[in-house]
Design a binder for this molecule. Structure first.
Ligand SMILES: [Cu+2]
Length: 95
């Protein structure tokens, strides 16, 4: 009965990745498809930077992504995506 154990281990890893509890600093890549000109990344970056706990924001207009480093005891991914959405740029976690 190797299969169930392997499945359980896989699920455990995925759960751990989805909800990191051991570290204060997390990095997430957000897909921001709504950026349509060179000025958009500035708006997105400012919106994300305002979220408490955000330490670093790298927005790529070419890739339509925002790579955010944040303190996950202060901020959540949901707060980050909400911040971009409130600024007019809905985003989602890129995997
Ligand atoms: Cu623009």
């Amino acid at each position: 009965m190797k299969r169930p154990n392997t499945l359980l281990a896989t699920l455990t890893v995925f759960t751990a990745l989805a909800t990191p509890t051991w570290a204060a600093t997390s990095t997430v890549t957000l897909a921001v498809p709504g950026m349509t000109c060179a000025a958009c990344p500035i708006t997105v970056k400012m919106a994300i930077a305002k979220v408490d706990g955000v330490q670093k924001v790298d927005v790529s207009y070419e890739k339509r992504t925002a790579i955010v480093t944040f303190d996950d005891t202060k901020a959540s991914v949901q707060q980050l995506t909400k911040a971009t959405e409130d600024a007019g740029y809905p985003s989602s976690v890129k995997r």
